[in-house]
Structures are given as structure tokens and as C-alpha cells.
Design a binder for this molecule. Sequence first.
Ligand code: BG6
Length: 478
Amino acid sequence: IPVDPFDLVIFGGTGDLARRKILPGLYRRFVAGQMPADSRIIGAARGELDDAGFQKMVAEAIAEFVPAERQDKAAIKAFLERVGYVSIDAKGTGGWDALKSRMRENVVRAFYFSVAPALFGDLAERLHAHGIADAWSRIVVEKPFGRDLASAKALNAVLAEHFDEHQIYRIDHYLGKETVQNLMAVRFANILFEPLWKAEYIDHVQITVAETVGVEGRGAYYDKSGAMRDMVQNHLMQLLCLIAMEPPYHFDPDAVRDEKLKVIRALDPVKPEDIVRGQYLPGGGQGGYVEHSEDPASRTESYIALKCHISNWRWKNTPFYLRTGKRLRARASEIAITFKEPPHSIFDDAQGWRENVLVIRLQPNEGMNLMMMIKEPGPGGMRLMQVPLDMSFADALGAEAEDIPDAYERLIMDVIRGNQTLFMRGDEVEAAWAWADPIIAGWEARGDRPQGYDPGSSGPEDALMLMHRDGRRWREIK
Ligand code: BG6
């Protein structure tokens, strides 16, 4: 379904995120017929470029980041006709009048701040001062949304000076992933799971986001961030919320976000012994973490595992184990919900027995697996074995994996539609920092060093212990 016609201004339009994600994503929505022909995309950045120069850059970005079979010459040409550029001085006056003259009446106006957070205030202020933004305009901001509670509050305050909360779209691209949204469909559109979705029946939950890439080229940012700030405070926290939240009364932005906020607020402080931090060592012909960092003695973690508890009726005593890291064995993100034992076994030979596990694979090979017990086939008596009820979304839907819209495509269309359900509200972000801050402050005060781990492994040894000592095991990363 096409969205309303729009003018989308991308500040930082020549930057990496715009080239990799935003512009190719918009092209794909254009090809899919979702971006109306009378919409405009305006790149805005410091560089002196004209429309043709920017169009050339956009064409190159499409060539590089859209799969070859999805590139169509005529469509690219038509798309580029809707693309323009304004050179702008975020901290000065240059370019703002030119930008204003590009904006049209009676279309949705959206402003994507794909720039360093330090510029958010300047952009917001100038959009208003020059009469470019009005009460119907929307702004989109990227992570990192602060690096602690104080800085997140300051960013929220600076944006709030010029925009209402309903105009602010804080992106967490994990919420735009197809399978992440499916999590809500699975939970709330089926009767099967919800009655069992509580501490009484769920032993524990594992959330894994494993990456094979390192921090190459991003050392300067990453070293001040680390896995906790870069991944846990936002992406893993959002996944945890979607698993743990109460059913919202409606699939409506504030109803959903209210429920997520309650989960974050119910999180207990994490004990030092429930945290394992790691840093990848050199290996596989590549340097270790510290080689990418500006500080050879860096204590920044490229891996973190932690055990969390949610203090409410539903989850009392069901731990949530989270882990994420770079340079691990495989790129694999999944949520695994392990159920408890049946109250009584009627089978003598329960040797083959394993817990039911619902595995939601976020990437790659998006899908779901329900691990079930069946009888081992053959005449050997009643022996049990575990088999997966396996559903890959691509197979089930007969779709090619690349036909599933990328997170950014979906989220940008939601901005134009004015739907904030998949965006973080200011109080949610602040609550997540309020939880993360003391954890980080704790290891800084103790002077903890991350444990080294080999690239291509499943992380530091101590992370195994985090589960072993509870009589549980991490799922294999593969
Ligand atoms: C980003 C982090 O937000 O998410 C990166 O800054 C990380 O460090 C990336 O690699 C992972 O996203 P995805 O979509 O590839 O899982």
C-alpha cells in the first residue's frame, strides 16, 4: 500500500548509513510501489555537491548495496529524478534558505538526522528558526542515543525544545526486522503460547546476537561504547522487552511502548558475578581488538554475557541470559525459550528426554523451530527423541530471502505513515540507560578487564560458566 507523498531530508545524506541502508532502502520501496512518484528525497550535508553529483552517489550506492537482480535501469533513473541535494552548514546559516525553498506544501515532511548526536540540537533549532519544520513534521534519529542516562536526557531535552514526542522517531533497527515483529504476532495472535508464557512453565530464556565481523574501521566509536552500550542497552533490551512484556491492549504505539517500559523498569540490578565481558584476541590472520582501538590497553568489551531477572509476577525466578559479541563463530541471532519438565514422566526410559525449546531465529534464515519430544521410530520400545518442528519463513511464504524488506525500509515507511509503534519512546531509552549505567559503573570501579577469546570461538570461557553453574547450557552458535 503506498504511503502518502513526502519530502524526506536526509542530514548526513552522503554518510555511510545513508549509502548502505537509507538510500538503497528507499529505492527498493520505490520499486515496490510504496514510495509515491511525487515524493522527494533531499540529501543534505556539508559537502559542496549539486543534484547531479548526489544522484551519481545514490546510483553508486544502489549499485553496491542492492542485489544485482533487483537493479533495474529504468527504475533507477525514475528514482534518481526524485533525488536532490542541498549543501548545508548545520552550525551556521548556509544552505537553510535553499533547503526551505525545496520543501513543498501539503506533503509529509520528514527529517532524518543521520549525523553525530552532537548536531541534533543544532539541526532541530535551525529547522524551526527557518520555518522548515512545522507541527506535522517528523524527525528520525539514530543510535547511539546517548552513552548514559545523563546524555540521553540531555538529547531528549534538546529535541523536546522544538519537537513533540509524537514527532520524534528514535530508530532501533532491530525493531524493524521481520522476525522481531513476528515475535509479537506469534505471542499475541496465537492462543498456543501465551498460557505457557510465564515463570511457571518457562525455565529460562536465552537471547543471542552473535556476529562474525570485528570492529574494523569503527574503533574510535566502538572503544567509547563497547558491546553493552552498542548492543545490549538497545537491541537486546528491545528483544527482551518483546518477549517479556504483558499483552498490550491494542497494537498501538503507546500501548506497546507502555508495556515495554514496565519490563525495563522491573529489571533487577545485575550482580557482578552475573556479567562476563570479553575481548577478541588476534587470530585467523587478523589483528585482535586492541589493534583496532586507539588505546593498546583498551578494556572495552567486544563480547558480553549477562544474566538478568525481571521482578514481576510473570517472570519471578525465570532468568534471561543475554549475550552478544563480535568475531564469533557464526553470524547468528536467536531467542530461545526453554520450557520446564513435564510434572511427572510416565516413561521408564526417559534417557532421550530434552526440554521443549522454542527457537526464534532472527537472522540469518529467519524462522522458528519448536523442539518437541517424539517416540524414536522402530521396534525398540518407547524411547524418546527430540525433533524440530521447523519453519523457515522464506519456505513457508515461498519468498526469496531478499524479498523480505530490510529493517530500514520498513521503519522509514512507518515514519511517513506516522506510526511510532516500532520506535523507542524517550522514557524507554532513559529507563534502559538507568538500568545499564550502574552495571557499567560497577565494572569501571572494580577495574575489571575483559577476558580474551579467540576469533571464531563462541566467546570467553567464563561465559560458559555463567550457565553451567545454574545447571544450564548456552545453545551452540552456528
Ligand atoms: C549496530 C551496531 O547497531 O548493529 C553494530 O552498532 C552491529 O556494532 C549492528 O554490528 C548489528 O546489526 P545487524 O542488523 O547486522 O544484526
